[in-house]
Every structure is written in C-alpha cells, then in structure tokens.
Design a protein around this ligand. Structure first.
Ligand SMILES: [Zn+2]
Length: 212
C-alpha cells in the first residue's frame, strides 16, 4: 500500500534528483519533511540554510550546537532535525523578528561567542522570480498553480539565494533556581518565572479555564 507520505517522498526525490542534490542532503530533507509533515517551501530553504551554516561553522551536528532562528515559521524545524538544536534540549532559541535567518554556534564558556548567521539575500532572490514573489507574500504568487514551480526553483537555487556573515552572540548561562509554590493554584514553578507572587498561568500567561 502506498500512502500520501510515500507519494510525497517519491515526488520530492524526483525533483531533488533533477537538481543533483547530494544523497546525504536528500536524506536529511526527507527526514525534515516527514518531521514537518509536508515539504513547505520554508522548510526546504531552511534545509539549505542549516546545511550551509554547518559547513561554515565547520562543526558536526553530533557536537553540542546552539541555534537561533529569527522566525517561528518553518525554519525552527530545520535546526531541530539537522543541527539537533531542539526546543526540548534548550539549544534552540526562536526570536520572532520575522526574518528568514538563523545563527549557529558551538559550545562556549565565555560571555559571547563567534557564530555564523545565514540569511536569505534579497538581491540574489531577483534571479529566482517565483521564490521572490512567494517570499514577498506578493498577490502575484498563486499557491494553487505555482507550488510545483516554487519547489523546483528552490532546489534549482539551493544556496544561491543565501548569504552569510560572522557575528558574535551572547551565551546564556545556565540559571540556578529554586522551586516556589504559587498561592493561586498551589502548583510549583522555578523562582525566576514567578510574576510578582503568582505563576504565569495565574497571571499573564493564562491560557485555560478549568472545566470541572
Ligand atoms: Zn498559579
């Protein structure tokens, strides 16, 4: 039985073969697409970004790497799957600036450390009109008729739409903390997350009402 996932995988492989994407990167892109559940354009561009950043950094993703993502859309998944900077291991920081950019750095015990920043270069996008209209969220981009064209152009471009720079990033030291009990709900939270004398769920981060 072939499901939607197999079809998706086969279709993606065929486009990647056409553009001579290396077998290693193809495997990573398939893994990433499965993780994201579909081959979103941002995820595919993200794969090239992380691949490029890893090469510039010259470090293996088997080492402890730290990533920052300047958008919550698509891109965090590329850092999670390919560089193993995850939300759960606390080595991924998502800063909702709204730019398609990442930084990546290795472990450091100093206050700041050198990192590589990889971003989508708007001038280079001019050579790729479909990516350009999609990226600009232009009404000229029609998802229904241009989706395949966009995917083809993303693989054709690869790193050609990216730029990089060396930057320094702040290293966040591990916090020491104590557990405190919230008088509102009786549950405990780390002291550095308390808002005044209440926990976030009883304060500004309240997101549910108890139904019973
Ligand atoms: Zn509370």
């Amino acid at each position: 039985m072939t499901g939607k996932h197999d079809d998706q995988e086969r279709k993606l492989k065929s486009v990647m073969d056409t553009h001579h994407i290396s077998p290693q990167l193809q495997d990573q892109i398939q893994e990433l697409t499965a993780f994201h559940t579909y081959p979103a354009p941002g995820v595919l561009i993200g794969a090239f970004m992380v691949d490029y950043a890893l090469e510039l950094l010259g470090m293996s993703p088997d080492l402890k790497l730290y990533g920052v993502c300047e958008t919550p859309k698509c891109l965090p998944d590329a850092l999670q799957v390919m560089a193993h900077c995850t939300t759960g291991n606390n080595r991924l920081r998502v800063v909702p600036i709204g730019k398609f950019a990442i930084t990546l750095n290795g472990h450091s015990d100093t206050e700041t450390t050198e990192a590589v920043r990889v971003y989508v270069d708007l001038a280079k996008l001019k050579t790729y009109p479909v990516i350009d209209t999609w990226y600009a969220n232009s009404p000229a981009y029609d998802k229904h008729t241009m989706k395949d064209k966009l995917q083809d152009e993303i693989f054709k471009a690869g790193r050609a739409i990216l730029a990089s720079e060396k930057v320094r990033v702040k290293v966040t030291p591990k916090k020491k903390w104590k557990s405190v009990t919230c008088p509102g709900c009786g549950e405990t939270v780390p002291d550095y997350l308390i808002e005044g004398d209440h926990c976030g769920a009883c304060g500004s981060m309240k997101y549910y009402e108890r139904s019973s």
